[in-house]
Each structure stands twice: as C-alpha cells, then as structure tokens.
Design a protein around this ligand. Sequence first.
Ligand SMILES: Cc1cc2nc3c(=O)[nH]c(=O)nc-3n(C[C@H](O)[C@H](O)[C@H](O)COP(=O)(O)OP(=O)(O)OC[C@H]3O[C@@H](n4cnc5c(N)ncnc54)[C@H](O)[C@@H]3O)c2cc1C
Length: 887
Amino acid sequence: MPEAMVASRASKGAGTAATQTVDVAVVGAGFAGLYLLYRLRKAGFSTVILEEAGDVGGTWYWNRYPGARCDIQTIDYSYSFDPELESAWKWSEKYATQPEILRYLGFVADRHDLRRDIRFGTKVTSATWDETAERWQIATNSGAKVSCGYYIMATGCLSAPKPPEIDGVKDFKGDIYFTGRWPHEGVNLAGKRVAVIGTGSSGIQAIPLLAEQAAQLTVFQRTPNFALPAHNGAPPAERLAALEGDRAAYRDQARWSMVGVPWPQQTIVSWQLTDAERRERFEAGWAAGDLAYILTQLWADQGVDLDGNRIVADLIREKIRGIVKDPETAAALTPLDHPFGAKRPCLDTNYYATYNRPNVTLVNLRAEPIKAITASGITTGKRSFEVDVIVFATGFDAMTGAIMAVHPVTGRDGKSLSDVWANGPQSYLGVSVAGFPNFFMITGPGSPSVLSNMAVSIEQHVDWVVERLAALRDAGFTTMEATEAAQAGWAQHMADCSTLTLHRLANTWYTGANVPGKAQGVMPYTGGVGPYRSICNDVVAQGMLGFRLSGPNGAEQCNDGEIVRLQPDVRLVLGLLAQMNLPPFETMGAQGARDFLTEFNKGRPAGRPVGEVGDGVLMGSEGPLPYKLYRPATPGPHPIVVYFHGGGWVLGDQQSDDPFCRDMCRRTDMIFVSVGYRHAPEHRFPAAAEDGYAATRWIAEHAAELGGKAGPVLVAGWSAGGNIAAVTCQLARDRGGPEIGGQLLLCPVTDCTFDRPSYVDNGANYFVTRGLMFWFWDLYCSPADRTDPRVSPLRGKLAGLPPAFVTTCEFDPLRDEGIAYAEAMAASGVAVEQLKARGHFHSSFTMVDVVITGVGGRIKMAEALRRFAGLPPEVKLPPQKLDAAAS
Ligand SMILES: Cc1cc2nc3c(=O)[nH]c(=O)nc-3n(C[C@H](O)[C@H](O)[C@H](O)COP(=O)(O)OP(=O)(O)OC[C@H]3O[C@@H](n4cnc5c(N)ncnc54)[C@H](O)[C@@H]3O)c2cc1C
C-alpha cells in the first residue's frame, strides 16, 4: 500500500476540551500501541490511543533518514499474533527499509480497523492518579482530556531524540536535521557540504547514503562502534522455509530464546576451538549478516567473558583494518573502549568502505573535540569545517526519555515519577512501578526491551498486561500495583543479571551514559527473553506475587515477595535440570549413579587451560590412590592446595571437579592436587577421612617432587570433600602434622543432624536433596559412628585449627551446618572468613562457565587461599591460551 494512502487515513487530533472516559488509555501508536489496541478491544475494554505523530508507526513514523532499516531480520521483526497477517504480508527484503515497515504497520492498522480509536497529533503532557475515583486523569497538548481506569505507556524505548549538547547550534545558518525527526518530504543534499555528528546505529546506516548524495561529507565521531555487514537482499530462503514450515514452532522458539530470535543456545566455548575453527565460525557469522547470529552463535563465552569476547572483537577490528585504506582513519574507526556487544553493534551497508571515498572525512572527536558550532560550520580544537548542512545522529534519551517527558506522572500520595526515578528507573518487571496503581509500561526499563527483538518483547508485554487486566476485572478487583518489596527484589535481580553479561563494562545508552546528568545503570533486563517470560508467568502462577490488588468494599489481595531470589543463571540451571526430569541419584545404586555422573559431566564446558595437567599416584591410608595435578602456567615452585572433590563420599573422582580445579589453579597461581580418595559403600567410614589425611601428608612430604613450594600445604574441598578437608585439618593438628596453612571449605558437610532450617527449606528443590544426603550418609557411615569428629567435624575440638574460609550457599541443605562450623571455629579462636553466597545453590561454584555469577565467589576463595599462603591476594589471570590443544 502506498504511504500516501496510509497517511490519508489518519484521524485528526480531537482538539476538544471535553473529557473522554475510557477503560484504558494508551500513549503511543507504534508496534506496541497498535497491538495493545487490538488486544484490549478483543478483551472488551474501551480504549483510546493518544499519539503525538500524524499517523501510526512510532519509530518508523519518525525515523525517515536515508538508510533507515531494521537490524533484526524482518521476518523475525514482525507481529506473530495474527497468523493470517503473516501470509497476507510478504517482506521484500531481509532487512526492510523504514518505508516498508511503516507500510506494514499501516496495513496492520487497516486490517484491524485500529485508527478509529487513535487520536493523532495529540501529545500527552501529564497524568495524575485520582485516588478517590481510582482513575488516571490524562492531559494533552491539545487541551483534550482523558479519564481512564488504566494508563499504559507504549511510548517506545527509542522515541525521545537526545538534544545536541554543543554550544552554538542556534547560531548555525545552514540546515539542521535530526535522524530521528527526518522531514517527511526528504532532503536534497546534492552539491552540499554535509556534517554528520554521531556514529551510532542511525549514523552508520545514514552515512553511506549521505556520502553518495553530498558533495562533501564530514563525519564527527566521538566513540567508534562495531558494525557488521548486513548483506541485505531478499529474505534468506532457509529462514523463510523454517518459518513457513512450522510457524508456530518458529515463533515459539523465538519467544523462549535469549534475544527473541530463534537461534539455539550455543554451548561450545572459545577455548574448545582451535584458531582456525574460531576464524571459520567468525567468517560464517560475518557472511551471514545477522546481528543476533554473531552475538549468540559463535561461541558461548563471547557475551559473558572478556577472553571469549576479545577474540571476536579482534577479528572485527582486523576486518576494519582490511577495509579502510587510510591507517589513521581505520585506527580511529576501531572500537577499543568496550567489549563487542556491550554497546549495541550496528548492521551496515558499505559503512567502513565509505571512508575510502574521496568526499568523506572522519574527524575523531577524541583527538579534537568540537569547540563550537558557528554560523558557517563546526570548529574543533584543531580545525574549522565550513558546512551547509548538519545532521545530528546523536541518538535517543533511551528507555526513560519518553516516559519522563510526560511530566508529571503523579501516582499515589502525589508522588511524581520523575522524583521516584531521580536516581534511575525503578520498576517491577519493567512493567509497573510501586506507588503508581493501574500504570503500565510496555518494554519499560527493567524488561528485556532493547536487548531483544522488540517485536517479540512487545507482544509478550502486551499479552501479559491485557491478560492481567482481564483477570483483574473477572476477579472483581479494580486496582493493581507493584509492592515495594517486589520492586526492590527486582532491582536486586536486575543487578545480579547485570553481572552475567558484559553490558556493565560499556558506557552506552543502555546505561544512560549518553545523556549528561542521567542516572547510570544497566536499564534493560540482561537475563534474556525466555527467562524473563518464564518469570512473568511465575508471577501469575504464584498468585500475582508482588502485586497488591484491591476492589470495592475493601477487597484486597496481596501475595507479597520477591519473584526471583536465585541467581539468574542458577535459576536457569535448576530449570534445565528440572526439565530433564532426572531420576534421583539415590534410586540408581552407587555404580549406576557414578556412571550417570560421568556421562553427565561430559556435557559441561571443558575447563580452562592451565600450565599443565598430570596424573599420578600417591599413598593413601591403605594403599595407592590416584591424583590429578593442575600446575599454573607461571614458573614455579608454587604453593600446593590439596583438593577433595564432592560427591557424598560415594560419587566423583580426582577429575570430577576438573573445571573448578583448573579455574582455581589459574586464579590462585597455585598447584592443585585433586585426590582420588576411596568411596563408599565399598569403603565405608573412616576410609575417606583417613585417605584425606594420608594424602595430605604424602603431598606435603613430596612437595618438592611435585614442583611445589616447601612449607605448609593448604587444603580445600567441596561438599563431602569439604568434610574431608575439615577433618584433615583436625587430624593434622592432633597427629603432629603435616603443617596446614589454611582450609577452604566449600559447602562442607560438617554434622550428622538433618534438622537445621536449611535442610527443611532447601531439602527438595535444589538438586542436592534431603533424600540424597540421607542416602550418602547411609552408604558411608553407620548411625553409631556418625558423631565421630572424623565425619562430623563440628563435634570435634576446634581450637588450634588453621585459618579457614567457609563458603555456604543460600539454597543448599548444607548451608546451616557450614555456617555452624564457621561460627564454632571462630568461637574457638580460629581465624575464619565466611562467604554466604546469596541466591546460590550447592553446585554454583563448581559449575564453572555455567554459573557465571559464581565467578565473584571463586575470586574471593582464591584470594583467601593466597593469603593463607602468605601471598598478595590478587593474581592477574593469564590471558586465555588460544590453542584447543592447551592442557
Ligand atoms: C532506526 C531504528 C531502528 C530500529 N530497528 C530495530 C530492529 O531492527 N529491531 C528491533 O527489535 N528494534 C528496533 N528498533 C527499536 C524500535 O524502537 C522498536 O522495535 C519498536 O519500534 C518500538 O515500538 P513501540 O511501539 O514500543 O515504540 P515506538 O515505535 O517508539 O512508538 C512510540 C510512540 O509513542 C509516541 N509518544 C511518545 N510519547 C508520547 C506522548 N507524550 N504523547 C503522545 N505520543 C507519544 C511516539 O510519538 C511514538 O509514535 C529500532 C529503532 C530505531 C530508532
């Protein structure tokens, strides 16, 4: 449909002072507003949309600059709610242009007759919650007023252009354009000297086309961005075939993916690949011309780990150098200040090659900042540029800009949203704000929004909000409001999530860094689209957890609390384990459980390279025992840590905690010797304890042969291994050595009672269960022996033990006995440090490169071990060794 026809159907702004009364008022008629209107109508709510623009389209109404396109493949960046629409509309390109997307949104509006409830040319200026009437009163620039039960801001994450912060803009006598407010009639730049300020997505899309039109183009760049070729063309046949083959499955995969595009979760990590394999993967990604692909499919660690990220960033930098002929320009265009993906990368068509054109000049504002805009051009610290036109591609006051521009939004007790958000946006799920009843945001700060395919995130938010409003009505409630506790919990979860990815390491519009004076913090939800969806579903399943609902005659329901207490990756891991529906270990028999664990461990990420990994045999209490030795890459001799693996005295072996030993070897710069002690039921109590002690003595005596430093050894262990480490320290004290410099006890078993609260609270749902622990105890130790300090060290004498670092996890049945042991040792005069890991479970710290949020804890543990060895706590991690063949 031609654009003119779309525009001609626009209804007029009402321009009346009469108050319109509706169930729901929506602000914004972009992707979100249109779908809201469709759903709200279907649900029987009277609805009006208030829209500043002259027609539907939102982003695609305003951003008409040359080259404006989507950067998620258009077949993915489309509505999925109307299967017939999917057949009725055919996209002409892999990445559609702005006019085509605008036509699409117009087509959708027509198809569902949406325009009749949209008041165009109407800008919302303020909104006030009327506590008595339980309604929002909305004011607009036209004087028209709206009274509504529910107020939904579908105002867009990238819809408030950021004003230029340069002196003298108003003095400029030439033409000024903003990419985000490009004139509808287009701009003729032929023969003009044009300046572009800004090299974010819009600048990168526009610059190649502006360069073709203008006589001279000067690009003023503050921060270079990573850009990848779009390789635009027809929608890729294989993707279309996948969509058309099974639309429902395709869309569903997108909904449950991490970024809203149906790519599988990548599990291969960078150090499992050779240089050649990594390059091959990268070249395939570069050729694919797909942002979501290159961000998620190369190797699993690129978005979460600096080493993995650096590899892809370097390969892109190499490409830039290969394309841009002038080395100085290439250097200026090369991003060095942020990890790839931490700032939104751009998709381009001929962007870098444009700088080879004779009519294009790059000005690096890091080297020569703009001093002023004058009547005739732009002056930097070094030069003046005479120009006829300035194009500002300076981006948006993202995520909060359009919401805060409605001022005031006044909630309960006269509180203004701008005051509540003075130190950064607070929300519950990015959809509602405590103190603002019946107020909703679509893709608000705190939701995946701009870190996702927005079409998917918008549909999810709209579905969720409309279904909640319908359920509220059906239950006879009239108001719905997030609680402070739920909101604070969400802020904590957001903070936990932001440690997962590298977004926190870049100053970007994701963090508010592009707007002077704006509060800083990662605004979008970084935990992923699928996990976010499941959390929203959980809120409903748990009786609207974190929302206060109220209705006539004092009716009230409030199931208060935090929706996610687990660390985000722990939640994912537990979810995956639950989906696998594994039989309980205790039903498999000891050998069956061991075999199962061996198979299970094959699926985990390979541990990282260390200097050397070797096998050997040492003398245990009754005979030889295998061990595995992890040596750092640095020159020795190194202090030695004797390590005892977990597995309830029944499972595991000297290599079952391999990734943990490698990681700790790297972080401590110490030798780790993992001991293959004997297991129950073949060898019951006290075999494991005695082996642990004997092995420690043997290792201490053979330290020099092992390449270790003379002097005290350290001991460490996880779970039952923590028990053996603790017992070893007691035995070494009582039996005259060896000298132990410190003990690291990770989620240790310390006592034989099962009645501490953590056994009750965490006994069923966190992988290590009460039933499993009973089984382990039964196999290892008869009831008569259980109070022996060699298995219940909490019952032993604790004075005179080496300094200890005790890590316990909030969601672990063993939590309280670990804390009890730490406290009892401290009470006996032992130097004890505790790490009480919030939101973690029993396996959090040993699931290296799976539970990414465990890194901080392992750093603390490594620092403690180094202190025990008399070394400065911090160690600089060796750079990732890039050969897969590395140990
Ligand atoms: C150039 C560009 C390319 C993009 N490409 C992609 C992409 O490829 N993939 C992707 O997922 N996302 C992309 N985005 C993000 C894009 O913003 C979203 O995908 C999506 O269009 C947002 O839809 P929305 O309805 O939430 O908001 P918008 O489309 O921004 O619509 C919000 C509407 O609210 C109106 N409004 C705001 N405040 C008021 C007020 N006070 N009163 C009245 N009306 C108001 C605005 O006029 C606007 O029309 C892109 C953004 C830009 C700028």
